[in-house]
Design a protein around this ligand. Structure first.
Ligand code: SF4
Length: 426
């Protein structure tokens, strides 16, 4: 079935782009950061970081203090005795896990999360998880993945976590194709997207689920849409179970959401009028709300540092729907296959950089003097001190931004710092 929504004519855009590849000093959070949104999503899971006090500080300060609920993450700290070989780290870990599970019977899925320290001492967490499973399964399932910060970026923590779950997903018995949406979304966004797909007559499973007892089945009849652009390993793991990826732009902004929904509609033979009826009203509402934001953002020059891996879809959105000019679009990794529909929608000649060499990129940024810079927390203050307006990249991961109803909120994340700067200058 062909596209039914008159999205602007496709071009090859940046499909054949040769990015500026940089391999220098990096300024990013590590994969442990993903625990912040993953523990909110899977409500009977616990994330036990096996790491240092630094790791414990990172997740505690990033997650804030939980006053009303017991946290569902913690750190088993590797101390000097472990490092000196005076204690058996595996025995210590077994003891900590047993204590935790005895105290928290609500935990049904436990992740042992590796860190830089556990990797440096070559602690084999897959063996630890296997051993724990023999003790605690079926009451609790124990999995492991790495959130280590060496050569990674912070959204890879989610990818590693989801990929670790894939081998344990039940095998699909259905003979008819089934739709799966992959990537952590805020519950409110998930409900909206589910409702839109159901209005087209499509049943959908979301992965990860809100409860570990409701893991979606997977098999050769599974067709999956990625809701997040940083899930390369998870996609590969699903494909190894026979699932088929539906290529699509990501559901950011009106165009992205429409094309993303269209990919599902086309794969499942939804009639054009059914698609139109399901999407017309929220689409029009979102277009109207975006028009207000465009008045502030049109013609503003934006520069993306590589941080969240959301940069390319965001650049496509702010350029095509809000009229912003792209000075540079940095991404930690460029997955050409998953990004192909997005690259095709970027204007030809966009400067795309892959990887990071923070000093060189700062030099380019200062020379270009953009109106707005999207960057990591560590770079925001120095750039603000230079008179450049910034937006923290991590805020775009923590905030619900996907789908029609969130399109204007997403635009607001870019317009707010500019408005603040204008007020201060007035
Ligand atoms: S995993 Fe590594 S980078 Fe992350 S907080 Fe721990 S020591 Fe730091």
């Amino acid at each position: 079935m062909s596209s039914v929504i008159p999205i602007r004519a496709e071009t090859t855009g940046c499909t054949d782009v040769t990015p500026l590849v940089e391999r220098g000093q990096r300024e990013v959070f590590c994969g442990l950061t993903g625990i912040i949104w993953l523990h909110r999503k899977i409500q009977d899971a616990f994330f036990l970081v096996v790491g240092s006090r630094t790791c414990a500080h990172l997740i505690q300060s990033a997650a804030g203090v939980m006053i009303f609920a017991e946290p569902r993450f913690g750190t088993a700290i590797i101390d000097e005795r472990d490092l000196a070989g005076l204690a058996d780290v595996h025995d210590e870990l077994d003891r900590v896990v047993s204590q935790l599970l005895a105290r928290r019977p609500d935990i049904r899925l436990l992740f042992l999360v590796g860190s830089c320290p556990s990797e440096v001492i070559k602690l084999d967490l897959s063996r630890a998880a296997e051993r724990q499973n023999q003790i605690h399964h079926p009451a609790v399932r124990v999995l492991n993945y790495s959130g280590s910060g060496i050569e990674t970026t912070f959204t890879q923590g989610e990818d590693a976590c989801l990929a670790a779950m894939v081998p344990g997903l039940p095998a699909a018995s259905a003979t008819a194709p089934a739709l799966m949406v992959v990537g952590t979304l805020a519950d409110v966004v998930e409900d909206q997207l589910r409702s839109l797909l159901e209005r087209m007559g499509l049943q959908v499973n979301f992965f990860p689920p809100r409860n570990s007892q409701a893991m979606p089945a997977v098999g050769p009849n599974t067709r999956f849409l990625l809701a997040q652009p940083f899930l390369a390993d998870t996609a590969r793991a699903l494909q190894s179970r026979g699932a088929q990826h539906l290529p699509a732009p990501f559901p950011l902004g009106v165009e992205g959401t429409t094309a993303w929904l269209q990919a599902a509609a086309s794969a499942f033979g939804v009639a054009p009028e059914v698609f139109e009826n399901a999407t017309a009203a929220p689409r029009q509402r979102a277009e109207k709300a975006l028009a207000v934001q465009r008045q502030v953002l049109q013609g503003q020059r934006i520069f993306f540092f590589p941080d969240s891996q959301l940069e390319i879809p965001l650049a496509r959105f702010v350029h095509r729907e809000l009229g912003m000019d792209l000075v540079e679009v940095g991404t930690p990794y460029l997955h050409r296959q998953h990004m192909a529909p997005e690259l095709a929608w970027l204007p030809q000649g966009t400067r795309i950089s892959e990887g990071q060499d923070v000093d060189r990129q700062l030099e380019r940024c200062l020379a270009d003097a953009p109106d707005l810079v999207v960057c990591g927390l560590g770079l925001a203050n120095p750039l603000e001190a230079e008179g450049i307006t910034t937006k923290w990249a991590i805020e775009l991961v923590f905030t619900p931004i996907q789908g029609y109803e969130q399109a204007a909120d997403l635009a607001g994340l870019f317009s707010r710092p500019l408005k603040r700067r204008m007020k201060l200058a007035a």
